[in-house]
Design a protein around this ligand. Structure first.
Ligand SMILES: NC(=O)c1ccc[n+]([C@@H]2O[C@H](COP(=O)([O-])OP(=O)(O)OC[C@H]3O[C@@H](n4cnc5c(N)ncnc54)[C@H](O)[C@@H]3O)[C@@H](O)[C@H]2O)c1
Length: 254
């Protein structure tokens, strides 16, 4: 028996990058998955590639009504909801005084308020199943300072704090909540639409600089973050809640 047999998950931002890798890991471990994203074509194509084990719905995480639809789809298609992965996120690299308030608010609305709305939507469905597990995507930039991440890192610090409060408040209902804090990981968020033919990430000077600050000597692959999420939402992690798990090749303090 696989460790997530019978479990149903909802993953925001699941159409590509880490969300797509988390979807693959959870399906591998026996779960059924609803992915929600604003990238409709990519999301539908990804769902279609998983043989009926994955359903897609349009979800802008800033929209409370769309979260309700996503949870309703999990119930209608797969019978309920046990797992939520608040993964959708955006970033901008703009200096503190140059960033507009609209930019600050855009990142906060998606990264932080999207996580709050997702959690609020999922909790009643988890309660109905007698428990659940939430993983929120934070970042190692909550401890490692990247000056250009001024619109981004504070949103991830807020996510980590919110996660701990969720864990404390819902432990008695058998609902766990943890945050993972990835270091730089090879996804479209960092690499854009892909690398020019024949180039490795490390061939790009700005990325080389990032890699040089990681003791492991390389960025993470999406599957290396996804495997950690799959563990955290499984019963193997039944006493792990309120934790901040840094998955960054020892890069935080380097
Ligand atoms: N890649 C990294 O190095 C890294 C490091 C630390 C944390 N993270 C976090 O991991 C998560 C996933 O990032 P990724 O690297 O896969 O990025 P990505 O850009 O490849 O994927 C993010 C996904 O979120 C979706 N999304 C964006 N806005 C949305 C919205 N309003 N509603 C719903 N979906 C939306 C995008 O369409 C996309 O599919 C993010 O929260 C990110 O902050 C990534």
């Amino acid at each position: 028996m696989a460790r997530l047999d019978g479990k149903v998950a909802l993953i925001s931002g699941g159409a590509r990058g880490l969300g797509a890798a988390i979807t693959a890991a959870l399906v591998r471990d026996g779960a059924r998955v609803v992915i929600g994203d604003v990238l409709d074509d990519a999301g539908k194509a990804l769902a279609a590639s998983h043989d009926g084990k994955v359903a897609f719905c349009h979800l802008d995480v800033r929209e409370e009504a769309q979260w309700a639809d996503a949870v309703a789809l999990a119930k209608a298609r797969f019978g309920g909801l046990d797992i939520l992965v608040n993964n959708a996120g955006v970033t901008l690299a703009v200096p503190l005084e140059e960033a507009t308030m609209a930019q600050y608010r855009w990142v906060m609305d998606i990264n932080y308020w999207g996580t709050v709305l997702g959690t609020r939507a999922a909790l009643p469905a988890m309660r109905a199943r007698g428990g659940g597990a939430i993983v929120n995507l934070s970042s190692n930039s909550t401890r490692k300072i990247f000056p250009l991440a001024v619109t981004y890192s504070p949103t991830k610090a807020a996510v980590a704090n919110f996660t701990k409060i969720t864990a404390a408040q819902y432990a008695h209902e058998n609902i766990r909540a943890n945050s993972i804090h990835p270091g730089p990981t090879e996804t479209p968020m960092l690499l854009g639409d892909g690398l020019p033919q024949g180039l490795q990430a490390a061939d790009i000077p700005a990325i080389r600089e990032v890699i040089d600050r990681i003791p492991m000597g390389r960025m993470a692959q999406p599957s290396e973050q996804a495997d950690v999420v799959a563990f955290l939402v499984s019963d193997e992690a039944r006493y792990v809640t309120g934790a901040e798990l840094f998955v960054d090749g020892a890069g935080t303090d380097a």
